[in-house]
Design a protein around this ligand. Structure first.
Ligand code: SAJ
Length: 448
């Protein structure tokens, strides 16, 4: 073990990162940047070609520059999984997707494929790290057993194995990789210590635990957020019944020092909160009284609620949804990212199209429109529109020129504010019917 510590200190280790996506590529780049020799691998040849040309295959602030610098100085290169020579490596980090099937069960096939590839190449003193999100118990009960049988070596003695979950948010990946405390859970004490020391070369703070605890903690983080948002969403529906404003209610409740209610919204998107809750409860069961499942159901219903509000707003303006022109502001799943994965905008656009509305989508960051017509500016989008829907709280949408927008839209225009970023009084002053999520006053009278 002492030799391994010395090699870490001297950066005298070769690292392979399996999976060069939004987690794997920042990981590979940051370890290359502190001096390790890193190979980023993937199954997609265009990803490999781009990385080797110094091009980041997706949009992530500052990653492009750091990646090209490290490719240029020979610290980072990319290879197809099938071309890897794992025998040369000292550390392998697996960062492949672990999505869920339609029946909400975890799909671990990408992970199992990666494990089978490395299993026979494991040599003594190698460190294997899993960063993909996992159902609790997977590292101890499945991964360890599979790797030991494929390699004929003993974990925590011959080779080291640790679960080190990623905790980075798209759009802030590099900063959060370094600054967010990193959980390191080995399958035994040696694995924890070695993996912790390795991650300390890049991460400011490392917290040592065991593999199963780290798996539960990781899925807990996103499940807590999902359940809290579901509570905020239910609160929004309750406020709509009482002619109250959920924004004021949450603000007041949060003045209590031990309360922190999250924000309601048009749905919960992204690749993490939409599936990690199902990973957490995978072995626990999914009866109807499971709070985690109920939260998922509430959050999944929010896009439909936004469509219902839109129909109601149009009706209050004396219009039929059929053939109305509706502008959707925001395709991304959250503010200021170019990421549309599992975005609530998809369901909203599709449902509105089913109701025969004409849909225009404007998003300054994403090219995806989910079948709506693409606009290249807010002004172009709102021309002759009947309704304006706010689905994502991008910075560009926070100070809309309501006077100009009103003048470009048709008579009796409405705003449906799914993110509550517009002041209802301002909207009314400029002649809009304003419907906001959780803004009961407007929904029960004729706009406000
Ligand atoms: N949302 C709300 N209300 C809120 C907060 C968020 O409706 O009060 C919505 C967002 O609009 C978005 C969704 O929830 O649609 C998810 O957004 P997010 O910012 O909570 O999550 P992600 O998926 O971008 O990133 C999360 C992060 N987890 C936590 O903050 C606990 C990140 O640290 C993780 O690394 C990431 O999941 C992951 O990969 O697991």
């Amino acid at each position: 073990m002492r030799k391994f510590f010395t090699k870490i200190k001297n950066r005298n280790l070769r690292l392979a990162v399996i999976g060069s996506g939004q987690i794997g590529l920042p990981t590979a780049t940051l370890f290359a940047n502190v001096g390790f020799t890193v190979t980023a691998t993937d199954i997609n040849s265009s990803v490999i070609e781009n990385i080797n040309k110094g091009i980041c295959p997706f949009n992530e602030p500052n990653l492009q520059q750091l990646l090209s610098q490290n490719v240029e100085r020979g610290k980072l290169n990319a290879l197809l999984n099938s071309d890897m020579d794992l025998n040369k490596e000292d550390v392998i980090i697996i960062a492949v997707p672990t999505p869920i099937y339609a029946n909400k069960k975890p799909k671990l096939s990408f992970l199992i494929d990666a494990l089978r590839t490395i299993g026979t190449a494991i040599k003594k003193q190698m460190l294997i790290v899993i960063s993909s999100t996992l159902p609790p118990g997977t590292t101890q009960s499945k991964i360890k057993v599979l790797l030991e049988s494929l390699s004929d070596l003993k974990s925590d003695a011959d080779f080291y194995l640790a679960y080190v979950p990623e905790r980075i948010s798209p759009g802030k990946a590099l900063q959060e990789f370094v600054e967010n405390p990193r959980l390191v859970g080995g399958v035994g004490p040696n694995s924890t210590k070695i993996a912790a020391e390795f991650f300390r070369t890049v991460c400011n703070k490392v917290i040592e635990t065991d593999a199963t605890t780290a798996e539960i903690a990781k899925t807990t983080e996103n499940t807590f957020r999902d359940v809290n948002i579901a509570f905020a969403n239910q609160l929004a529906l309750i406020c709509e019944q009482y002619n109250a404003d959920v924004k004021t209610v949450i603000h007041l409740a949060n003045t209590h020092p031990r309360v922190n209610v999250h924000n309601p919204g048009p749905g919960v998107g992204g690749p993490c909160l939409t599936k990690d809750p199902y990973l957490l409860i995978h072995h626990y069961g999914n009866s109807d009284d499971n709070i985690v499942i109920v939260a998922r159901i509430i959050n999944d219903r929010m896009p439909t609620h936004i469509v219902n509000l839109t129909q109601k707003a149009l009706k209050d303006c004396g219009k039929d949804i059929k053939n109305s022109k509706i502008v959707v502001l925001g395709a991304a799943y959250k503010a200021d990212v170019a990421d549309c994965r599992f975005s609530p905008a998809k369901h909203i656009v599709q449902k509105l199209k089913e109701l025969n509305a004409e849909i225009i989508v404007y998003d300054p960051h994403c090219i995806n429109t989910f079948g709506g017509k693409k606009a290249i500016s807010i002004n172009e989008a709102v021309k002759n529109a009947d309704s304006l829907l706010i689905i994502t709280d991008h910075a560009e949408f926070k100070n809309l020129n309501l006077l100009q927008i009103k003048n470009l839209m048709r008579n009796n225009p409405s705003i449906i504010d799914g993110k509550r970023i517009i002041n209802p009084a301002d909207a009314k002053k400029h002649g809009f019917i304003y419907f906001g999520l959780g803004y009961g006053k407007a929904i029960n009278s004729k706009g406000s």
